[in-house]
Write a protein that binds this ligand. Structure first.
Ligand SMILES: *[C@@H]1O[C@H](CO)[C@@H](O)[C@H](O)[C@H]1NC(C)=O
Ligand SMILES: *[C@@H]1O[C@H](CO)[C@@H](O)[C@H](O)[C@H]1NC(C)=O
Length: 610
């Protein structure tokens, strides 16, 4: 691989446009920080213009394999030397297409604050941050094993320019190194590996190195994080963050013993992490941490005027490949994040997850603005995918506008401030309270009207008493109604027993059913008696009594006819008569029953509507 790559680069060097070669790098110092899962490479470049034309940009290139894991790139001027350090300026960086170079390189151009004339030099710091670039090796380990990682790079700074002098330092989390590529001028210094100095290397020099080392630092990777930032003009910013985390380190195989782990966590589970720390803004309040089971109270919270720290402890130690999902939430004072400029309001709040050294594969930030916000625009320090949604909560009329920002491959360096600008009329703000107030007002008026209406019927007046009595009558009629319905249900059961008889010929079963039906109807008749005498005695019931009486009479008649029919059929069966014979005998009875049932149903309906 190394050889092929060198050949490609060699070709590239030949084809490379000569205008760029006015620039040489007189000094390059690179520092690789491998102390966490996020790899940070800081390169201090001293660029010198040795040609005749002025130069306004510096190119930095990456092999595409490395570029794939590049999550963040920034360049700042390193203006001052030593003590007289002037504040550094961030330089614009943009990806460029590399003409005449092999497709295995990805290039970025850094714009200099002012063109570099002949013989002049400029020093800049380039920071490249990588996610998922450290590979666990072996990929699978047991609970008791330590975790080993592999890092690959080049001992020489890959550049389209000639490099006069350079050095590289690789900083490891621990002094224990499994193996590393030894070249000339390679030294170990504590937990640092130093390569160089190397001098006068032509453009595109490349010399692969591999470092295999121990690291038991948390490998917390969030597959997805959804941060919802809800603005309330009543003084609060509510932040809710949903996490879906996996330990992206060496996968654990074999049996896991919690007992072993608890007894000696460092020996019996060095690769697991037990907690995560979230650095929340100062004055965060109402902080909670929960998972699908409920609130987790083993989290700790402490803070001062500069920050609030939340320690999150999942329910189990997180070994490689293990997952957990949880939600943290907190409130923030609005005045710390909402500002005004040129007639617009804007939210200025940080973008990334507050959890330390976490890599987020997909981060979705939703800013929920107050209902009625307009002219919404977003200003972010790096490219994000933007869309809109609407969120409804109680009392919302048209819903709250939601700005949705999405970014993949997020590292702690993305934890920068972004702004959402919007306009808002204070009338909208009064919308909800006005709705509440008017709601209460109408309720109040209704109460008053109702109370007045009620008061117009004095408690001792005859009309009031009449009203009470009529309500009683209605209640009794309701009960009668109910009892008659239950009688009809018994009728239905009896009819059903007749159908069973014709199917099974089981005369005894039919007789038993009749016995049950008989007693049920007797009970119901008993219940009916006091209700009927109440109705007859009530002065208010006058106009309905006749109908109720009619209903009760008809139902009783229906009962009698039904019993006769039942006896007839059973009799026929006992005499073993034919089906046709039975039909003939009950035909007339059946007609009467059907007519009566219709009358009862009609009366019930009439009374129901009273
Ligand atoms: C969890 O804690 C939050 C904040 O303290 C509280 O509002 C919520 O009611 C709690 N939920 C449960 C299920 O205990
Ligand atoms: C946003 O807040 C940060 C930190 O307080 C501040 O440095 C930055 O200037 C603010 N940005 C804007 C546009 O106000």
């Amino acid at each position: 691989m190394g050889l092929r790559f060198d050949l490609l680069l060699f070709t590239a060097a030949l084809l490379f446009s000569p205008a760029l070669s006015d620039l040489v790098l007189s000094k390059v110092d690179r520092r690789v920080d491998l102390t966490t899962q996020v790899v940070r490479i800081t390169s201090t470049l001293k660029a010198e213009n040795t040609g005749g034309n002025s130069v306004s940009e510096v190119l930095v290139v990456f092999p595409d394999r490395q570029a794939k894991t590049l999550a963040y790139l920034s360049a700042v001027s390193n203006a001052g030397k030593g003590k007289a350090k002037v504040s550094s300026v961030t330089l614009p960086v943009k990806e460029v297409e590399l003409k005449g170079m092999p497709p295995s390189l990805v290039g970025y151009s850094v714009s200099l604050p002012e063109p570099l004339g002949k013989g002049e030099s400029f020093t800049l710091d380039v920071l490249a941050v990588y996610a998922h670039s450290l590979k666990p090796f072996p990929e699978k380990i047991t609970q008791a094993d330590i975790q080993l990682l592999v890092f690959e790079d080049s001992a020489y700074y890959l550049s389209p320019y000639e490099v006069k002098a350079q050095s590289l330092t690789v900083k490891l989390p621990q002094a224990r190194i499994e193996s590393y590529t030894k070249l000339e001028n390679t030294k170990i210094h504590g937990s640092d590996i130093k390569y160089g100095p190397y001098e006068n290397l032509p453009p595109f020099s490349y010399s692969p190195i591999v470092v295999h080392f121990e690291s038991n630092r948390p490998f917390a990777v969030a597959r997805q994080v959804v941060r919802e930032i809800e603005i309330s003009h009543w003084g609060n910013v509510q932040v809710t963050e949903h996490y879906n985390i996996v330990n992206g380190g060496s996968e654990i195989v074999g049996e896991f013993s919690r007992l072993d782990f608890q007894a000696r966590p460092h020996i019996r589970g060095p690769s697991a992490f037990k907690n995560l720390v979230a650095k929340l803004p100062p004055r965060a309040h109402s902080v909670y941490y929960r998972d699908e089971i409920g609130n987790i109270s083993t989290s700790h919270l402490w803070g001062d005027s500069k920050k609030t720290e939340l320690e999150i402890e999942p329910r189990y130690p997180m070994f490689g490949g293990w997952r957990t999902a949880f939600t943290i939430g907190y409130g923030l004072p609005l005045r710390d994040f909402l500002f005004e400029s040129e007639g617009k309001r804007f939210i200025n709040i940080s973008f990334g997850s507050p959890i330390n050294e976490i890599v987020v594969d997909t981060l979705i930030v939703k800013v929920v603005l107050p209902e009625g916000s307009r002219d919404i625009s977003v200003s972010a320090p790096f490219p994000v995918k933007e869309s809109r949604e609407t969120k409804f909560s109680h009392l919302d009329l048209v819903g709250r506008p939601v700005v949705v920002l999405e970014k993949s491959n997020v590292v702690p360096e993305h934890n920068q401030y972004f702004q959402v600008y919007y306009t808002f009329s204070s009338i909208s703000m009064l919308m909800e309270p006005l709705m509440l107030i008017s709601g209460f007002f109408f309720l109040f008026i209704t109460c008053i009207v109702y109370m007045h209406a009620d008061m117009s019927i004095s408690k001792s007046s005859p009309s009031y008493l009449a009203k009470l009595q009529w309500e009683e009558v209605q209640a009794v009629i309701q009960q009668i109604d109910n009892i008659i319905s239950r009688c009809l249900a018994v009728h239905d059961k009896l009819e059903a027993s007749l159908r069973d008889l014709s199917r099974t010929g089981d005369v005894q079963a039919c007789k038993a059913a009749r016995k049950l039906g008989d007693s049920a109807l007797k009970e119901l008749t008993k219940e009916l008696k006091p209700l009927l005498s109440f109705l007859q005695s009530s002065s208010q019931a006058g106009h309905v009594v006749s109908k109720v009486d009619e209903l009760v009479t008809k139902e009783r008649e229906l009962q009698e006819k039904l019993m006769v029919k039942l006896s007839t059929v059973v009799d026929c069966y006992e005499k073993k008569l034919s089906g046709r014979e039975i039909e003939n005998r009950i035909n007339a009875q059946q007609q009467k029953i059907t007519a009566l049932r219709q009358e009862v149903d009609d009366l019930l309906e009439f009374i129901d509507e009273l």
